[in-house]
Design a protein around this ligand. Structure first.
Ligand SMILES: [Zn+2]
Length: 317
């Protein structure tokens, strides 16, 4: 892209220039010297990607399950084994689908973006200690906006309502997402990764972090209110996210964050507690109260045959 030069890219003028010259920073410098040489790191990161993610998933799931057994907050309303079977089968299906459709996944795309110097951060060339945390925060903000969109657009809500239809909220709810939603959110993530030029290590860290925090903030665990109150300033806690799983639409329409709790506070979607309290509240969706609808096949069919109900961002609740 003519006119682009990395000189001065670390200064404020460099940032402004890159923004003004959009989408130049997406393509600069295809032929020029690569800022990052991922030839060695690429192979090891790609091969250990699955192992790191799987280990993180099993480790956090085991830990939160143990916490749920030792100190559960709410009695479960639906048979646990059946729910767990369906929820974990969905994770298996999602993982398989993503592997088939996007073999390298977001990390693979980040490697290509780094090699080609695509994206804002690859253009700016900041130090890793600034760039990696910044990319993680931006990816998290993107996820917040995406979550709001999944509540606002009726067709997307159809996919997302499978996640909300769980009659209980526990560690496995955190990974219960319809394959259609997972494919769509992966596509969105790929676009965001390329646009911002997130480093592969930032994308991998974000993926592992998101998986861990999603399991954590959906878990049915008791936690002293003082600890919850403090943690809420740095991470979305189970008490905070549980409000989002209330059957009351105006409560479902709050606390969209998954990792960082700041977006909800900044954009006015933060709600401290459900009106009926953490134990008195009802979880799930009003239109799906029958545990018999929890079978894997019926869950997968939900977006196509289920009633949308009062999807939160379009109707009053
Ligand atoms: Zn939601």
């Amino acid at each position: 892209m003519e006119g682009f030069s990395p000189a001065g890219s670390k200064s404020l003028a460099g940032i402004l220039r890159a923004l003004v010259d959009f989408p130049g920073y997406l393509t600069y410098p295809r032929e020029g010297p690569k800022r990052n040489d991922y030839s060695g790191k690429e192979a090891s990161m790609m091969s250990s990607d699955t192992l790191i993610r799987l280990s993180g998933f099993l480790c956090v799931l085991s830990l939160m399950t143990l916490w749920e057994i030792l100190a559960p907050l709410r009695p479960l309303s639906a048979p646990k084994l059946r729910r767990w079977g369906s929820n974990l089968a969905v994770v298996g299906l999602d993982t398989l689908l993503i592997r088939v459709l996007f073999s390298g996944g977001p990390v693979g795309v980040a490697v290509v973006a780094a090699q080609q110097s695509w994206g804002l951060l690859n253009y700016l060339g900041w130090a890793s200690w600034v760039e990696v945390p910044l990319a993680i925060v931006v990816l998290d903000f993107g996820l917040y906006l995406q979550h709001v969109m999944f509540h606002a657009v009726p067709a997307f809500w159809r996919l997302h309502m499978m996640h909300h239809s769980d009659l209980d909220c526990d560690a496995t709810t955190g990974v219960r997402f319809h394959p259609g939603e997972v494919v769509l959110s992966t596509l969105i993530k790929l676009v965001v990764v390329v646009l911002i030029g997130a480093a592969p290590v930032a994308v991998l860290s974000f993926e592992v972090l998101l998986n861990a925090t999603s399991i954590f903030n959906h878990s049915n665990v008791r936690m002293p209110s003082g600890v919850d109150g403090l943690l809420r300033w740095i991470v979305v806690t189970p008490h905070m996210h549980r409000v989002h799983h209330s059957v009351v639409p105006k409560e479902t329409n709050s606390n969209f964050g998954f990792n960082l709790p700041w977006w909800d506070r900044l954009f006015g979607t933060y709600r401290e507690n459900p009106a009926l309290g953490q134990i008195g509240m009802t979880l799930g969706l009003q239109q799906f109260r029958d545990p018999a609808r929890l079978s894997l096949a019926r869950m997968l069919a939900l977006p196509f045959v289920g009633e949308t109900g009062n999807y939160p961002l379009s109707r009053e609740g």
